[in-house]
Design a protein around this ligand. Structure first.
Ligand SMILES: C[S@@+](CC[C@H](N)C(=O)[O-])C[C@H]1O[C@@H](n2cnc3c(N)ncnc32)[C@H](O)[C@@H]1O
Length: 230
């Protein structure tokens, strides 16, 4: 099975959990961590895109901050749940099924795009594809924010390496057991901030890198159409 299909199956099988369900207060911790940072960047009526939105907690949070928010994810089960919540809340959030690396949006569709802790699911080529697309999809001076962990900083001082590591692709393999559902391949690419920056900067201008937690970083890029990129 292709890595991308395995990840989608895994997220469909795990479904919506209290810690990811926007309707459950136990899911709020993830948004709380970054809320202050996002509030500084999101302006009223900005068209905001949540990349890998799952059940939409960041999408709804961006709407609460004043954005016109859209979430996209390739796992259908959480997207259906997000749509249900949107109807219940009378939210204007839109939810689409699709692949981050092949977005279904036209030129100048968004002013803000957020990749919140999902980059590890993207291969190096996929992040490059995403950056190329964002150059078109984002408006002039549109913002791309990546919230990511640096795997090298995370492992500093550790003597053990991941069980499986493909040196050609940076893919760390493994398995995850979902109770009552089975064992699923679990794949996560070895990303460092420097490498993500190197790839995205080929297309968008770097504005800021901020360390948020011990090994979590927030990277801000700007789509300056008149300048920068390949
Ligand atoms: C760790 S979850 C984070 C979800 C969400 N950002 C949140 O905090 O609730 C990762 C999500 O990214 C989605 N995802 C991973 N790779 C994707 C891709 N290539 N295209 C679309 N969605 C993807 C998964 O289906 C999953 O819902």
């Amino acid at each position: 099975m292709r890595t991308i299909d395995a990840i989608r199956e895994m997220y469909n099988a795990s479904g919506v959990h209290p810690t990811t369900d926007p309707d459950d207060p136990r899911s709020q911790f993830a948004v709380d961590r970054y809320e202050n940072h996002l509030r500084k960047l999101i302006k009223p009526s900005m068209r905001a895109l949540d990349l890998g939105c799952n059940a939409g907690r960041f999408t709804f949070a961006m709407e609460n901050m004043g954005a016109i928010a859209t979430g996209i994810d390739f796992a259908e089960i959480p997207i259906l749940h997000a749509k249900k919540i949107a109807r219940k809340r009378k939210s204007q959030c839109q939810f689409n099924i699709g692949d981050i690396a092949s977005l279904p949006y036209k030129e100048n569709s968004f002013d803000f795009a957020l990749l919140p802790q999902n980059n590890g699911y993207l291969s190096y080529q996929s992040l490059e594809n995403l950056s190329v697309q964002l150059k078109e999809i984002l408006s002039d001076n549109g913002i791309f924010v990546v919230i990511m962990q640096d795997e090298l900083v995370k492992r500093a001082g550790e003597e053990t390496l991941p069980d499986q590591y493909d040196v050609r692709t940076g893919l760390m393999g493994g398995h995850i057991t979902i109770p009552d559902k089975g064992v699923y391949p679990s794949s996560w690419y070895f990303w460092t901030v420097a490498f993500a920056k190197y790839i995205i900067e080929r297309h968008l201008l770097l504005e800021d890198i901020e360390q948020i937690e011990e090994y979590k970083f927030l990277l801000v890029f700007c789509n300056n159409k008149g300048n920068g990129g390949l």
